[in-house]
Design a protein around this ligand. Structure first.
Ligand code: ADP
Length: 194
């Protein structure tokens, strides 16, 4: 099993790199943002609840997010591994994921953290907002609030993996392929196969 947490602030390139990594390593990509957006599109109760937070750039409550993530993992009993993109985003989420994966005997292999300076993040997100249709990317105040929430609530989750010696920072500036190569090198040299 290869279980990767792809970490980093909004706009760091987690989604782009996840798509490439899942192909190379035959993993299942679980993006909590994508799952919430699919629920919003389908107008499910979960989607309506998530929308009320996402529209403000706030986090969806932990227990709702944890339950959803666990249900998603359970859909793939034969997976070779997962890329968790956008999860965990808080310390309680990291703790819940650890407990859940310990029960399955498939712990996190590595947290890869994409590092990108703040002004670059804002530029990327506003650019993405122009063609993706994501309303949370179109308003500079929402974008800035998401980065603030990341700095205040999410960045601390890295320490959880640092303590377990599973944390690796990767430079998130460069071409998509350059960053992909850095991530692959990190996985190939550091990953422990469980
Ligand atoms: P980005 O990384 O660009 O912010 P995402 O698609 O990962 O985009 O997330 C979009 C929004 O979905 C977040 O701003 C948040 O409201 C919600 N969300 C996604 N993942 C989580 C999570 N693990 N916990 C709480 N809220 C989440």
């Amino acid at each position: 099993m290869l279980n990767i947490v792809l970490f980093g602030p909004p706009g760091a390139g987690k989604g782009t790199q996840s798509e490439k990594l899942v192909n190379k390593y035959s993993l299942i990509h679980l993006s909590t943002g994508d799952i919430f957006r699919a629920n919003m599109k389908g107008e499910t109760d979960l989607g309506k609840l998530a929308k009320s937070y996402m529209d403000k750039g706030e986090l969806v409550p932990d227990q709702v997010t944890i339950n959803m993530l666990e249900a998603e993992v359970n859909k793939y009993p034969n997976a070779m591994g997962f890329i968790f993109d956008g999860f965990p985003r808080t310390v309680p989420q990291a703790e819940a994921l650890d407990t859940f994966l310990a029960q399955r005997n498939t712990p996190i292999t590595l947290m890869l953290a994409l590092e990108v300076p703040e002004q670059e993040l804002i530029n990327r997100l506003l650019l993405r907002g122009k063609d993706s249709g994501r309303t949370d990317d179109q308003d500079e105040n929402i974008v800035k609030n998401r980065i603030k929430v990341y700095n205040e609530q999410t960045a601390v989750a890295a320490a959880f993996y640092q303590k377990q010696n599973k944390y690796l920072a990767v430079n998130g500036i460069g071409t998509i392929d350059e960053i992909f190569q850095r991530l692959c090198r990190a996985i190939d040299t550091r990953s422990v196969v469980h």
